[in-house]
Design a protein around this ligand. Structure first.
Ligand code: NAP
Length: 312
């Protein structure tokens, strides 16, 4: 039986509608949530930031974009961040990497007030997550958990395997799954018998950055497979290897000269119980969760970290 497709676009839309209702209520009460995006002059970053600003407009979050000159020094950016930390109408600060090469990006990220760190990368938020305290969790991992929750996929007591251990995706996903009472294994490039370990998973999360690496030999029949990977295929031979016979993909590839593929091979849809597509799976959740986090940051900061707020 073919896998159930976990429709991230629909789930993201559901979250955005909920966030819009909350942002509207907050604005009516005189506290409109606000997001500041600090971004360098980088074409890819500019595209991402445009998407984030558009999403803010749609859900009723106030947003500003700050693009410092390419010649900026670390000290100048730190001063900008300090100013944003002080501004009460700014609830979330997002530093869109890369910053200009002479800037110490780690120092800049560390300077962001943890209460406004909507990316959830600040070590203080990492600590809150690992000790199960309320805080701000990275957006993509939070999106993975929302897909599971809103698709009624049980997590507690189940075997979860996460392939990838980055600070941005793999580790926080593994921590969120642990906090949700899954039995979690984290894999990486030095893991022995990766297919064998992955086959233990009831829930398999792929966050690797390698096109179609997870083939059917990695998947237990009926498992839920969450594909975080976003890889661009431009080589026609590689395209054929993954998508031969898929008329819709072939048409897109012909028109655009490229297509997006996850870390999971399309053949896995024939063995998994449920699977996120690429595109249209985890991707749309990332921006929806950024909107959610901005409103959450507004609530937490303005209420001085009220502990009953949800953790994802
Ligand atoms: P990353 O920092 O490059 O981390 C990749 C991880 O995969 C590392 O832990 C690495 O292991 C592991 N890995 C690489 N090759 C492997 C192999 N052959 N076998 C086993 N493990 C292997 O990447 P990332 O930032 O976590 O991103 C992962 C993917 O998610 C990328 O495709 C990225 O584009 C995508 N992504 C998507 C979204 C979204 O919104 N959907 C957001 C963020 C990222 P080592 O630690 O041993 O090197």
């Amino acid at each position: 039986m073919p896998a159930t497709i976990l429709d991230g676009t629909r789930i993201a839309q559901e979250i955005r509608s909920e966030v819009a209702a909350e942002a509207k209520a907050k604005t009516a009460a005189g506290v409109r949530p606000g997001l500041e995006v600090l971004v360098g002059h980088n074409p890819a970053s500019e595209i991402y930031v445009r998407g984030k600003v558009k999403a803010c407009d749609e859900v009723g979050i106030y947003s500003e974009t700050l693009t410092p000159p390419d010649s900026s020094t670390t000290a100048e950016l730190l001063a900008l961040v300090e100013d944003l930390n002080r501004r009460d109408e700014i609830d979330g600060i997002l530093v869109q990497l890369p910053l200009p090469p002479q800037v110490d990006a780690k120092k800049v990220l560390l300077a962001v007030d943890p209460a406004k760190d909507v990316d959830g990368f600040h070590p203080m938020n990492v600590g809150f997550l690992s000790t199960q305290r309320p805080g701000l969790v990275p957006c993509t991992p939070a999106g993975v958990m929302e897909i599971l929750k809103r698709s009624n996929i049980a997590v507690a007591g189940r075997e979860a395997v996460v392939v990838g251990r980055s600070d941005i995706v793999g580790k926080p996903v593994a921590m969120l799954l642990t906090n949700a009472n899954a039995t979690v294994t984290i894999c990486h490039s030095k893991t022995h018998d990766l297919p064998g370990v992955c086959r233990r998973a009831d829930i398999l999360v792929a966050a690797i950055g390698r096109a179609g690496m997870i083939t059917r030999d990695y998947v237990k029949p009926g498992a839920t497979v969450i594909d975080v990977g976003m890889n661009t295929v431009t080589d026609p031979a590689e395209f054929q290897r993954f998508f031969a016979g898929n008329a819709k993909r072939e048409e897109t590839f012909r028109k655009k000269g490229s297509t997006l593929i996850g870390d999971v091979h399309p053949e896995v849809a024939g063995i998994a119980g449920a699977i996120t597509p690429v595109p249209g799976g985890v991707g749309p959740l990332t921006i929806a969760m950024l909107m959610f986090k901005t409103v959450k940051a507004a609530k937490m900061r303005r209420a001085n970290h009220v502990p009953e707020l949800s953790r994802t």
